[in-house]
Write a protein of this length. Structure first.
Length: 163
């Protein structure tokens, strides 16, 4: 067990060092969680973006602790998108970065995060974004159902709607 913890810590350190932006800019601090209304506003904006582009998506909003605050799945969305949207949002909140950062690392050959324990393993897929207010992470949004860039676009619309 101790060996597993040490290996996970070493791999996590390597992951952080692999992100130049993370090494240069400190991660934002956590703030108070989104209100229910802010979570609904973020989801509504993401759904609006999806409808405008004729995409069927699942949208998850989590607090800074990664716990689900709001979820909505559009009619006709593939079943797997529900779990993926929640994982993307949770990844962004807990790791304080877009879930796409892990996809980029995976594409570059860095797979160290794949050894994290199941309950702490991030998802390497675009569509999860931290939501910041006053420079603090107050939650995150995760979207799934389209291509990676489509999920990212819908998540960005949701993130931008939070005031």
């Amino acid at each position: 067990m101790l060996r597993h913890v040490a290996m996970t810590a070493a791999l996590g350190t390597n992951l952080v060092l692999a992100w130049p932006a993370a090494a240069q800019t400190p991660s934002p601090e956590y703030g108070m969680p989104l209100s229910n209304q802010q979570a609904r506003d973020a989801a509504a904006a993401a759904i609006g973006e999806a409808k405008t582009n004729n995409w069927r998506m699942a949208i998850a909003i989590v607090g800074p602790d990664g716990e689900l605050l709001y979820f909505e799945k559009m009619d006709g969305t593939q079943a797997a998108s529900a779990a993926l949207a929640m994982r993307k949002a949770r990844t962004s909140a807990l790791f304080r970065r877009p879930s796409k950062a892990f996809a980029d690392q995976f594409a570059a050959g860095n797979i160290g995060f794949m050894t994290f324990p199941d309950d702490a393993r991030p998802i390497a897929s675009e569509g999860g974004l931290p939501i910041l207010i006053g420079g603090k992470i107050v939650g995150a949004i995760g979207t799934s159902g389209g291509t990676g860039p489509q999920d990212g676009q819908a998540a960005a619309a949701g993130m931008a709607a939070v005031k």
